[in-house]
Write a protein that binds this ligand. Sequence first.
Ligand code: UTP
Length: 278
Amino acid sequence: MSNSPIKKCLFPAAGYGTRFLPVTKATPKEMLPVLTKPLIQYGVEEAVEAGITTMAIVTGRGKRAIEDHFDISYELEHQIKGTSKEPLLAEIRSLITQCTFSYTRQVEMKGLGHAILTGETLIGNEPFAVILADDLCDNGEHGILTQMVELYKKYNCSIVAIEEVPKEETFKYGVIDGKEIEEGLFQITDMVEKPDPKDAPSNLAIIGRYILTPDIFDILRETKPGKGGEIQITDALLTQAREGKVLAYKFTGRRFDCGSVDGFVAATNYFYQKSKEH
Ligand code: UTP
């Protein structure tokens, strides 16, 4: 058994992925492959590396391929058993054996905060991790979620991962203000969702990795729709930061925004180069 205090990882995966139309008409964004693995598999692997084996996935209409991916395909298994192709299934088989996967559907896409609240039924009353699979992260053997679980052991509060972004790109992210309490670790004092560069409190942007304490669910229930008419996790986290403590962690590693075509191509090139080096 892992000694991680975080047992479950939530994957909000109900978004429409409009930036990838037309491919996302019938294919979930989370199933887009970087080399031979879909984005969500990289996310599950990062969670497993952090000692988490219970995966909770918030899906929506047209997302059934995700469930099929984390299941056995008997016909295929039978066809390739004993052939040279069998090793190609080794990684996914190992995930299916080690982990449990449960699913719930977000019926109306009312934003990331709403998707996280929809996951409450799978999480219950315990701290949990959140991975947005379209933010593809890599730091070799010491993943970003692993770094965050280590911090959670020390601080026992919600933690978001942040990255410095060019000031002109703040309008794409939740942006924090805070006081540095350790090198690269900030106690959040303010947060704004997708601010214009002139209104941004800093250039420290929240990326798709969170550890959340379960009081976030009650806060989300009370959170009114914010920017874009969506229920924003940023707004709920600001409430949590004002009531107690929320930390922002400048992680070590690389992050690719695979929800955008540019980020997706950069990730593909990066992982391709990496695969050639081994
Ligand atoms: P995005 O902002 O990337 O939205 O959501 P999107 O719909 O996936 O993509 P675009 O902007 O239309 O191209 C961030 C994350 O939150 C999830 C998405 O699946 C993604 O992982 N999400 C967002 C939900 O699960 N439900 C929502 O209502 C909104």
